[in-house]
Structure formats: C-alpha cells, structure tokens
Design a protein around this ligand. Structure first.
Ligand SMILES: [Zn+2]
Length: 497
C-alpha cells in the first residue's frame, strides 16, 4: 500500500535523521516534507553553495506580503497556529505532540516511535490503515515522525478536503484502538526499520554510540528508534499507557498552513477538536546533566566501512534549554565553520590543505534539552588514515586549529557578512512551500517561541557580534568532547596503529 509505505519512509528517515530537531539551516537543506534531521550530519553530504543577498531578498518580501500568522488556544488547551497563504489550493495540517523519545518509559526505549506507528493501525472509528487509505484516495500526502522531543503527524491535501482530515486526525487524538494482532506485526516493522537504518550502517552505529557517550544522563543518549533488545519487548499495554498519558489536546499544537483563513481555521478547529477533553499530564521531568571533564574517543572498525571518517561532538546550549540569545552564536559559528563550500573548514581543510575530501559542522540547537555541536571530516588519504594513527591525529589537529584560530584571532567582517546572509536565507528557504512552513512553525512553537519568531530571526542573526562567535569557539575548545573514528576493518597483513 503506497500510503503505508510513505508513512514508513518518513519514519525511516526520521529514525535515520535521528532526532527531528535540527538547526534552521539543517531544515532548509532538506525537502520540506521530510522529517527534521536528528543526528549529526553524515560525512558524505555535499555542502550547498550559499545564496547571495540579492537572491534572498525576493523570497523574504514574498513571505511578508502573502502570508499572515495567527495563533489561538481552544478551551481544552489545544494551541492552533494558522499561516494563511491566500490563493493556495492546498493546506498542510500538522499535529504536534509534546512527547518524544526522551519520554520513553525506562526499559522501553523506542516506545514513543512505536506509538507513532500504532496510530496508523486503527481507532474506535477507523480500521487499521484506513487513515492512510483515505488520505491517498483524496489525493493527499501524509507523513509522521518522532524526534527526541516531539511526535508530529502531517497531512498535505486540497483545501476542500480539510474537514475530512480534521475529523479523522481528531479521532486519532482520543480513540486509538488497534486490534491486538497489530502490535506484534508493527513491532516487526520498527525492528526492520532499525535493521535497515542502523544495524547495516556503521556510521549510524557510531553516531548512536557517540550520543550515548556525549549525554551522560539525559535521555538524548538513547536512540529514538530504541535499543533492539528493548524494542523486542514493546507491547500493547506499553503503547496504550503511553498514549493515554501523553496524547491530549492540552499537550498538542495544531498547525494549519496554506489556503485557509483564520476564521475558517477557528471554526473547523472548534468543530473537530473542541470537544476532546483536556487531560491531566504527567509532570515534566527536568534532567540535569552532571558536569564531566572526561573526553571520550571512540574507534569503530567495521568490514562494511570503505572510507574512514572523523566526527567530534560537544554538548552546548540550545534554544529550548537556554533561550535563543544563548544559542544564536553557535548557529553563526557553525555556518561560518562548516555549512557551505565557502566555509572555513571546506576552504582550508579541503581546498587549501587537501587533508580532507569533505569537512563540515552542524549545530543542533533547536532542541528542548541540551544542544549539540558537531564537526566532521573525511580524510583524503583513506588508506593512510585507516592504518596510521599519526595520519588521523594530523586531521584531528587540523580540525582543532580551525576552532583555535577563530577563538584566538576572531573572524573577518566579510566572512561574517556572508555567513549572516546564508543564515537569513536558510530560514526563508525553510518557509518555502506550506509544508516547510508548517514544519518550521511547529518547531518554533514546540521550543516555546512565538510562531512569528521568524520575522525576528534576521535581526537576531545580525545582532550576533564577531566577539560572540570568538567566545563560542573558545567555549567549544574548553568543553568536554566526544570524538569518533569510523574505520575499515583492520587488515592484519601489515596493518598497524
Ligand atoms: Zn518508524
């Protein structure tokens, strides 16, 4: 069934992308319909060429003129965000729940994601798979993803079919009821998802272990998809209890983007969601990461690995935990350091020194818990890097020098200007199309920002000073780090470390 496989595709991508809470630029780099990236960037991505200021100006103006964002809350606590795009024939309907893998019950990793799957397996009023079949019959697309922080369900459909979708999505908010046999069947689906996306991908396995090392205590140390042995135990009572605890209007945000007016949105939201009773929610857990000074270095050799690659990650401030102001310098630092072909890491490690064939950075700052900053590089001489520790150390040091240079000497004005342009553009591109807009708006609201925050983003980016970027680089160098090498299996004939 096509619709089912689409949902599964989304899921697979979500698990692979690991967390769903990426940076604004990371979102922009992806097609809007895709779930948000979760894990650090994989070393084999290609870096975009940044747009010019002139290229950015036109879409900014278009967004300002053609759309309007409103925000209201129903009596049962359901928050509704509406982006009206006049003349758009389609609407994106997205329900975001404030529950994700970080809320998995102890010993039941992967539960939030399993619940996401089970929501497609029937309610008191809809048969297993019916939701997907109806969306498909009406010519729409749908999708869902689970991140460490949130679970979101997304339908993109002709505006005239919106009431039908709202009726069915509201039903899923309160009446999930899959037949008993569906649980074991769907458990096989998520286990297969793990096999395909993690077990057969050495890079994904290393990233999992690096996260488990980076977060000492916070549940971000556990993969969204779950650990296999615990996934095998997930059952019907687990799913029903988790659903009953977290799926409620007062724990959700409905985002409507596209050809709908605020008045119609209010009317429909009230009609379909208004009668769902509010529920008492579990108390929010406040995890506090202990301080640690122990750096960790992982080395993972795997027969499937052809090219060595290097990654390093740090826990850093995030928007959700520390507020936008504290997170902003890291967005700029990452863009300047390694998010495009004009960035420092690419220009110096790849183009000038030819030490790496690819190098870059990523800041995962749009998270509710601690943020994470990642840098990575793929050594040019794969053979030497696989065999010689000295070759690997040279690349590690070259990466450190990139940060040290910024910490010591700061950044050039022209470089900062170019980076700001690139970052302002990324938000605009993420808003391109109603699907992308709905995703970004939902993310902002989940992080406690107003849905109109995006209009503030350019000014906030411009306000980040060269000194703040310098401080952010120095901050990274001073923090505990977790680094990892992915290497081909050791060749015993002449292989040496
Ligand atoms: Zn899935």
């Amino acid at each position: 069934m096509a619709a089912r496989s689409m949902q599964q595709w989304a899921c697979i991508a979500a698990a692979c992308a690991a967390l769903g809470v990426g940076s604004v630029s990371a979102i922009a780099a992806n097609a809007p319909a895709k779930p948000l990236p979760l894990a650090p960037v994989t070393p084999d991505i290609t870096l975009p060429t940044p747009p010019s200021t002139r290229q950015v100006a036109a879409p900014v103006a278009a967004v300002k003129q053609s759309s309007e964002i409103t925000n209201f809350t129903l009596e049962n606590g359901l928050q509704v965000v509406v982006l009206s795009v006049p003349h758009s024939p389609v609407v994106t309907h997205m329900v975001w729940y404030r529950v994700g893998a970080k809320d998995d019950v102890a010993g039941k990793s992967g539960l939030a994601h399993f619940v996401e799957h089970m929501l497609f397996q029937g309610t008191k009023n809809q048969k297993p798979g019916e939701f997907s079949r109806v969306v498909e019959r009406l010519g729409g697309e749908h999708n869902a993803f689970t991140s460490p922080d949130v679970t979101a369900y997304h339908v993109h459909i002709a505006a005239r079919h919106l009431p039908e979708i709202m009726k069915r999505e509201a039903d899923r908010m309160q009446n999930m009821n899959p037949p008993p046999e569906a649980f074991a069947k769907e458990r096989e689906v998520i286990l297969e998802e793990r096999r395909q996306q993690v077990e057969t991908d050495p890079g994904a396995r290393l990233r999992e272990e690096m996260d488990a090392a980076l977060f000492l205590h916070h549940p971000y140390r556990t993969p969204v998809i779950g650990w296999q042995a615990e996934m095998e135990t997930l059952n019907q009572p687990d799913v029903q209890a988790f659903y009953a605890a977290h799926y409620a209007p007062n724990n959700a945000v409905l985002v409507l983007a596209g050809g709908i007016t605020e008045a119609t949105a209010r009317e429909l939201a009230q009609q379909y969601y208004g009668a769902i009773p509010k529920r008492e929610l579990p108390a929010a857990v406040q995890w506090v990461e202990p301080t640690s000074k122990a750096n960790q270095k992982l080395e993972y050799r795997d027969a499937q690995t052809k090219r060595p690659s290097y990654m390093m990650s740090w826990q850093v401030p995030s928007i959700g935990q520390d507020g936008v102001k504290k997170a902003l310098p890291y967005f700029v630092l990452s863009a300047l350091l390694g998010e495009s072909k004009s960035s420092r890491m690419f220009q110096e490690l790849v183009v000038r020194d030819k030490l790496a064939t690819m190098a870059g950075s990523n800041y995962v700052g749009m998270s509710m818990g601690p943020g994470r900053f990642v840098v990575w590089a793929v050594p040019t001489d794969a053979d030497a890097a696989a065999k010689n520790m000295a070759t690997r150390l040279r690349l590690e040091q070259a990466v450190d020098v990139q940060l040290a240079n910024i910490a010591r000497y700061g950044v050039k004005g022209s470089e900062l200007e170019r980076t700001r342009t690139q970052l302002k553009a990324s938000a605009i591109y993420a808003m391109d199309g109603v699907k992308g807009a709905a995703t970004l708006l939902g993310q902002l609201v989940m992080l406690g920002l107003p849905p109109t925050y995006l209009s503030q983003w350019p000014a906030d980016i411009d306000a980040v000073s060269a000194k703040q970027i310098q401080e952010a680089a120095a901050d990274l160098l001073a923090r505990r780090r977790v680094s990892g090498w992915l290497l081909p299996e050791q060749n015993t004939a002449g292989g040496q470390r």
